[in-house]
Design a protein around this ligand. Structure first.
Ligand SMILES: Cc1ncc(COP(=O)(O)O)c(C=O)c1O
Length: 359
């Protein structure tokens, strides 16, 4: 089977540090946590970085630091993984779905402006499949209306727009290190920002509500444990060291697929403006005469794993039943996009040949 993903990390790369951790018995809140945080800061250019157990917990913390409350409205990109809207729902706020571009798959500026009301408190812009195209334009609109911008960069570590890396563009950025992501720690996430006034919140909330002075704990608030253990941080550090090489090689693979598939009528996810794209997921629109689900099934029978692009959030059963506000472009993309395997030794010629046979 040609699998959809392969991790960019081997046991050999981490075994010395794993041995160090086992020998020391120091499994959490140690030097590898601090090193991983430093890597994230220095790579993204953000002033602060905190680790979390996932992008979902990072996004939840982002909404909390902004003091988003029940019945506030948060405008979210509609082509994403459900976690983007779930975090809004979970705190009792209202997700307002903004439709996306059929080219970049990202939130449309005119959609955002049309959906702003007096109840809007924040915007969650998703770098769809790792592509940050258009985020600076969205940022300008947020500034105009005095709205906080959260970047759901779950897929976008290693990407940038206008020479600014994801992690240093929005007010708050949330990353995922799930195994489907380019850089994985098994599960995991991070949150980055530049605003000094958020620091106390994260120091206390991510430490069970404790303020620590001279090693003494004073539980001044209620809080959480969303910590990433030492072993997982070692995995993250190792992949950071080769992230730019990975991004470069994935772009070459993308180019190869484009050469093979565009003549067959497939259209790759577009980048607009000055973008470095990490090619987190390599997604194409299928030609109009092709049934995407049938193609996925056919390729599986030929030993090739593919999947849909991602989801139209407003069209999922839960959100459709609750808000009945399905967005047209996002639904079109959910139904007509396909993700292809993307890693160094993937047999693109075989995949293209099988698609040619099918079309
Ligand atoms: C855009 C987006 N946001 C959030 C998430 C949730 O990430 P995690 O699994 O780290 O919570 C995902 C996961 O696929 C995602 O793609």
């Amino acid at each position: 089977m040609i699998k959809l993903i392969k991790p960019y990390i081997s046991f050999d790369e981490v075994k010395d540090e794993f041995e160090d951790i086992f020998n020391s018995g120091w499994f959490t809140k140690g030097k590898y946590v601090e090193e991983f945080r430093e890597e994230i800061k220095s790579y993204t250019g953000a002033k602060y970085a905190y680790l979390t157990t996932s992008a979902t917990t990072a996004l939840t913390m982002a909404l909390k630091v902004l003091d988003i409350k029940a019945n506030d409205e948060v405008i979210v990109s509609d082509f994403s993984f459900p976690a983007t809207a779930n975090v809004v729902e979970e705190i009792g706020a209202i997700p307002i779905f903004a439709d996306v571009s059929l080219e970049t798959y990202n939130m449309l500026p005119e959609e955002l402006e049309a959906k702003i009301t007096s109840k809007t408190k924040a915007v969650i812009f998703v770098d769809a499949l790792g592509n940050p195209s258009g985020i600076h334009e969205i940022k300008k609109i947020c500034e105009k209306y005095n709205l906080a911008l959260i970047e759901d960069a779950a897929c976008a570590i290693g990407s940038s727009e206008n020479d600014v890396r994801c992690g240093n563009i929005a007010d708050i950025t949330c990353f995922s290190f799930h195994p489907r992501k380019l850089l994985t720690t098994g599960e995991g996430g991070a949150i980055t920002f530049n605003n000094d006034t958020y620091v106390d919140f994260f120091e206390i909330k991510l430490n069970h509500g404790a303020k620590v002075t001279d090693g003494k704990f004073d539980f001044v608030d209620f809080g959480y444990n969303y910590r990433l253990p030492e072993l997982q941080c070692v995995m993250g550090i190792k992949q950071f060291q080769k992230l730019d090489i990975i991004v470069c090689s994935r772009n070459k693979i993308r180019d190869e697929y484009i050469k093979g598939l565009e003549p067959l009528g497939f259209e790759v996810q577009k980048l607009s403006g000055s973008i470095v794209y990490n090619v987190q997921s390599l997604v194409f629109k299928v030609p109009s005469n092709i049934n995407r689900d049938d193609l996925v099934k056919n390729l599986r029978e030929n030993g090739i794993e593919t999947t849909i692009g991602t989801y139209c959030l407003s069209g999922t059963t839960y959100y459709k039943n609750k808000y009945n506000d399905v967005q047209k472009n996002a639904m079109f993309l959910e139904e007509n996009t396909i993700t292809f395997p993307c890693y160094d030794d993937v047999d693109i010629k075989y995949i293209v040949a099988k698609i040619k046979e099918y079309t």
